[in-house]
Design a protein around this ligand. Structure first.
Ligand code: F6R
Length: 609
């Protein structure tokens, strides 16, 4: 998704903008640009492609100045091209705008502005903003931006500069994330904290319908109506190093290896000292509220949705509350039956996914209580939910989600136990037993990670294929879906996940000699049936890699290769069995020479519907 950086201070802004944009590269982008207020007025440089292209152009002819805005674009309206890149300007070149999000009424605005003589050069919705601001300008950029924003519908975050008032940088947030970094004699804007973290740890997080006016020495926060706001500074306590690779070749690999820590941190103080109960204090539901829950909807996208599939089994088994799962982009449009007694759980690593946020709002509109499971404190989802369970995975940079997914699983285990304790649906001894098993998970993940070299060899074998299948039953099927998504998104190998029992209803036709099948067989109660399904694919020539529990000699006889995971409770196996699948995807992508951390066509934070 697009990224925004802005600077006003005493230093050379070009460098700060480019370095900031580099920190946002993980979001995915196809072009980049900067606008700097130079001694000759506003100057813009933009280029299709990687930041390095822009950087080399700026190296040849730098834009010197101490105030500027920068942008990485992920195309929505108009193809990736130099001209469609941001910043956009008006015809007088005196106004410059960077924008994340979508202006829904841009066609109507564009027609109106064309009728007034404005000439447009790009296919973007953003260009309308710079023209609109130029058209409305009355000598006060803050007031003008407020008036312009009222004319626009959609979701956006903006950074605006004008040559008429060159000391000011105006920032606006309406449903697209934007933060303000507060420095000494310099201030920053960013669409995400890493963009500015090198310079300051003190940030203001803008809410929807708020704006900020930055000068070198001050930041004024106000609503888009112009009412001043006072807000406490949010101090960022994580280090820039945690957002860097720390010796690993890729962020994805680093993040896979960070999972034991992420598990420990997410469980943290939520497991009480005696180890006999869960204390989920951030869920402020009384026992009466919990007893009043008639049903649960879990809503999310992509990998977070796959965590929700596991969450459904966990909550149903532990707390015996009926749970439905929905992909967030479908939820609103299927007229879901949401009652005030429905509990809606939204899951989002970034907390900014547009579809998930829209689902959250739909749930609230129907009077439901919403719990958010998210990795980003202060994110939109976190701020709008009634209760927030933060996953303490730390910043996740690789586009392919790994440690955020497994931390979401931990959050579901904690929530399932919390609900079950409150409702009395499981015995205290079972709670204690489950907690003991949870506490063993980090060390067990470490043991799975020790098999990295063997998994790499398997990955190199499958990397030569173009089609592959994942099969499993029950929770293994939920994990198979995540394994298949992970492989697709970074290795570009086509794969499908199937409930093992469904194969013979059509998919078996695709199995022929040598087709790799990854078969998960970690659910002891379903083991015999899964083995029968494995035999079905073996009989058709499949090359089967089994994911089995340690000591499972029976499976070994039925498959070509085995990766084992340590034994744990059946319900907890997803937190272990997904790890070899993450490594398999990583090494397969590496073997195919792909850009593992930034796979083609994808973005880290999907802030458009
Ligand atoms: C895949 C992946 C995506 C995200 C999805 C939701 O590896 O990361 O499928 O899970 O875009 O993102 P969040 O969790 O930020 O809402």
């Amino acid at each position: 998704m697009c990224g925004i950086v802005g600077y006003v201070g005493k230093r050379d802004s070009q460098e700060i903008l480019i370095e900031g944009l580099k920190k946002l590269e993980y979001r995915g982008y196809d072009s980049a640009g900067v606008a700097v207020y130079t001694d000759k007025g506003l100057a813009v440089k933009k280029a299709k492609g990687r930041l390095a292209v822009l950087e080399s152009q700026l190296g040849e002819s730098p834009l010197r100045g101490t105030i500027g805005i920068g942008h990485t674009r992920w195309a929505t309206h108009g193809k990736p091209s130099d001209v469609n890149s941001h910043p956009h300007t008006d015809n007088s070149l005196k106004f410059s705008v960077v924008h994340n999000g979508i202006i829904e009424n841009y066609i109507a605005l564009k027609e109106e502005l064309i009728a007034k003589g404005h000439r447009f050069v790009s296919e973007t919705d953003t260009e309308v903003i710079s023209h609109l601001i130029a058209d409305l300008y009355d000598g006060d950029i803050v007031r003008t931006v407020q008036r312009a924003v009222k004319r626009m519908t959609g979701a956006f975050a903006l950074g605006v500069l004008t040559e008429h008032e060159p000391e000011k940088l105006v920032a606006v947030r309406l449903a697209s994330p934007l933060i303000i970094g507060v420095g000494e004699g310099e201030n920053f804007i960013g669409s995400d904290i890493p963009a500015i973290l090198e310079h300051t740890r003190n940030v203001y997080i803008l809410n929807d319908n708020e704006m900020a006016v930055l000068t070198r020495d001050a930041v004024e926060l106000m609503t888009i109506e112009g009412n001043f706001i006072s807000r406490e500074i949010f101090h960022v306590d994580w280090d820039i190093m945690t957002a860097e690779k720390a010796g690993f070749d890729h962020f994805m690999l680093k993040e896979i290896y960070e999972q034991p820590k992420a598990y420990r941190d997410t469980m943290g103080a939520r497991l009480n000292v005696a180890g006999s109960g869960v204390e989920l204090n951030e869920v402020k539901m009384s026992a009466e509220d919990v007893r009043g829950i008639s049903n649960i909807h879990i809503v999310a996208c992509g990998t977070a949705y796959h965590a929700g599939l596991v969450g459904k089994s966990v909550i149903e088994r532990l707390a015996r509350i009926p749970v439905e799962t929905d992909v967030a982009s479908e939820y609103r449009y299927r007229s879901p039956i949401i009652k005030p007694s429905t509990l809606v759980i939204v899951v989002s690593q970034s907390g900014e996914t547009a579809d998930t946020l829209a689902a959250l709002r739909e749930a609230k509109r129907h009077g439901a209580r919403v719990i958010a499971i998210t990795n980003v404190v202060g994110s939109s989802v976190a701020r709008e939910a009634d209760d927030v369970i933060t996953t303490w995975a730390g910043p996740e940079i690789a586009v392919a989600s790994t440690k955020a997914y497994t931390s979401q699983l931990i959050a579901f285990y904690l929530l399932g136990l919390h609900l079950a304790q409150t409702l009395g649906t499981i015995e205290a001894a079972e709670v204690a037993h489950t907690i003991a098993a949870l506490k063993s998970l980090p060390e067990q993940v470490e043991r799975v990670l020790e098999q990295g070299a063997a998994i790499k060899e398997l990955a190199e074998q499958i990397a030569t294929h173009e089609d592959l299948f994942f099969i499993g039953r029950g929770l293994d099927y939920a994990v198979a879906q995540e394994g298949s998504l992970k492989l697709k998104e970074i290795s570009y190998i086509h794969s499908e996940a199937y409930a093992s029992g469904e194969l013979k209803h059509g998919t078996l036709a695709l199995i022929e000699d040598g087709v790799p099948v990854i078969a998960l067989a970690t659910q002891e109660d379903l083991f015999e049936k899964t083995v029968s399904n494995i035999k079905e694919v073996k009989a058709r020539g499949a090359y089967v890699i089994g994911i089995a529990l340690e000591g499972d000699d029976e499976l070994r006889k039925s498959v070509d290769q085995v990766v084992t995971i340590p034994r744990t409770l059946g319900l907890l196996t997803p937190a272990l069995s997904v790890v070899p699948l993450q490594l398999l995807a990583y090494y397969a992508a590496l073997a195919r020479g792909n850009d593992v951390d930034k796979p083609r066509n994808l973005a880290k934070s999907v802030t458009v519907e």
